[in-house]
Design a protein around this ligand. Structure first.
Ligand SMILES: C[S@@+](CC[C@H](N)C(=O)[O-])C[C@H]1O[C@@H](n2cnc3c(N)ncnc32)[C@H](O)[C@@H]1O
Length: 212
């Protein structure tokens, strides 16, 4: 049977639009918190955007913001650009950003917010260090660095996050759920303090860092 070119086009763009069950589950609760936190007309840089679903959820919730997606993975960038078509005025074409690269922030103008979900545990610690350093270089004076994901919180750490940490380390010894203290110290070293911490579903946290 002859293929309908319009249908084929739709299928192509649907095929590029990846859907992550985790991002699908998380994006609404995250947007529910961030909608009251992002400054008016905020220019947001998202690091490790993955499928691109967070950008869409956030831009649907806050039509005033602008969102720059990014990811070092080419397939993820294709997906982000496919999702972008639902909010083309708010979401910019995705960029190839890898926070382990030396001075990855070079050439950018400033942002009001840097948002990164579920990356620092599934990349070497150098990726987290690069993220924090980039935030200090790129964020405006009142800018916010926002992390989402699981964290080790000493004796209060959820059993599920301890198991997840072991699982990550078995897959790659450079990965692992990061301790809240080490993340706080990392940001303090570049001039940022933890301003707020939100408890999210499935023992995840939103951490908001800003300059004092
Ligand atoms: C578990 S996925 C999370 C995706 C998305 N943020 C979410 O919450 O659904 C991790 C993402 O981190 C990206 N990533 C891995 N190492 C990175 C690095 N060094 N710099 C930036 N992104 C990185 C991967 O390409 C992947 O898209």
């Amino acid at each position: 049977m002859a293929k309908d070119p319009i249908h084929l086009e739709n299928r192509e763009s649907l095929a590029r639009r990846q859907m992550s069950p985790t991002a699908g589950r998380n994006s609404k609760p995250i947007a529910g918190i961030l909608k009251d936190i992002l400054p008016q007309n905020a220019k947001v840089l998202e690091i490790a955007s993955g499928t691109g679903e967070h950008a869409v959820a956030m831009c649907n919730t806050r039509p005033d913001i602008l969102w720059q997606s990014s990811d070092p993975d080419a397939r993820s960038r294709l997906s982000q650009d496919a999702w972008r078509t639902t909010c083309p005025k708010q979401i910019y074409p995705s960029l190839d950003i890898d926070t382990t690269k030396l001075e990855w922030w070079g050439g950018f103008s400033s942002f009001d917010v840097i948002f990164c979900a579920n990356m620092i545990h599934i990349a070497p610690w150098s990726a987290a260090l690069g993220l924090a350093k980039g935030a200090s270089q790129l964020l405006s004076e009142n800018g916010l660095a926002i992390l989402y994901g699981p964290f080790l919180e000493g004796a209060k750490t959820a059993e599920s996050n301890l198991k997840f940490d072991l699982n990550l380390k078995a897959r790659n010894p450079l990965w692992g759920v990061r301790s809240l203290d080490s993340v706080k110290h990392m940001f303090a070293d570049v001039g940022f303090n933890l301003r707020a911490r939100y408890e999210m579903p499935k023992e995840n946290r939103i951490l908001i860092f800003s300059r004092p």
